[in-house]
Design a protein around this ligand. Sequence first.
Ligand SMILES: Cc1cc2nc3c(=O)[nH]c(=O)nc-3n(C[C@H](O)[C@H](O)[C@H](O)COP(=O)(O)OP(=O)(O)OC[C@H]3O[C@@H](n4cnc5c(N)ncnc54)[C@H](O)[C@@H]3O)c2cc1C
Length: 298
Amino acid sequence: MPSAVTGFPYLNANTLMSSNYALFDTRLAARRFVSPSMLRITLAGESLRGVGATGLDQRVKVLPGHDAVVCDRLLASEEGWYQAWLAEPDESRPWMRTYTFSGIRPDRGEVDIDVAMEHGHPHGPGAEFALRAELGSRTLLVGPVAGTEGHETAGVAWLPDYAVLAHVLIVADETALPAARAILADLPPAVRGTAIIEVPERGDVADLPRPTGVDLVWCPRDEGGDALRHLPFPVDASESIELSDDVLWAEAEPGGWLGWVAGESHWVARIRKGAKAAGVPRHNMSFMGYWRRGVGAP
Ligand SMILES: Cc1cc2nc3c(=O)[nH]c(=O)nc-3n(C[C@H](O)[C@H](O)[C@H](O)COP(=O)(O)OP(=O)(O)OC[C@H]3O[C@@H](n4cnc5c(N)ncnc54)[C@H](O)[C@@H]3O)c2cc1C
């Protein structure tokens, strides 16, 4: 059971405690592979009729598992679910994993999440739940609450000013593909730029709706695809890289040119280093380490 809750910037306590994010009581309603490496799960529950539907790269949390007593205790907590989650003993505190909605149907009380399944990846509790939990298993979800102040932007890093946005660079691995897909689909038609997406294999490649001026470069690893070779600035892939929280989470300021990079932490940190060396202004690009190879999320 997890004991540390700090050290990863995306576990931002302010977001988790804010009143526009809440716990939803759900059940695993369906699972199907949408490509060889992407398993789509559907969570369903009456309370999801109240989930906020921003989409984009808005982050949500799944507390995989279904210990009914703990679920009920967290849902009933008066001091707020996050405080209650922290107060749980290590042995019973549910894991918490971060995802992006790939589908939101509040009218039916359903959301979809696409869980990346790299072959051979030592599955953690998030992937295990997606892959093996029995249909009908109870799980808690932390997500935005429709109608609350600020829920549309809480947990969203992609906050452009579409009145001035002209050019984008989107770089994602498979864990950030759901967010990249939603961002590309949301872009105004006149935006130009490039999306570079690295996935485990050729079968994961799909067309992504986007403006005609945005080129899409797929990099399937099983064919030697490597996103780092397609960036508009050089990146040294061989150099060892020091990870620290401040290189793993930086959000851009809205402007005419925006870069958005999310994926494995070392990969993101390398891209950030390359961008910095090439003189790309810091405020033009978001960099987000979505996971860390060899280390489970806290
Ligand atoms: C804002 C945000 C949004 C995210 N959205 C999504 C999303 O929509 N879909 C999605 O699949 N992931 C998404 N992620 C990434 C996801 O949270 C991590 O991959 C998480 O580590 C998965 O938890 P786990 O319990 O499966 O594995 P963990 O217990 O965290 O890790 C166990 C082991 O598996 C490795 N591992 C974890 N993930 C992967 C992977 N994808 N491939 C290979 N090895 C891995 C770890 O390095 C570790 O060695 C997102 C992360 C963030 C921060």
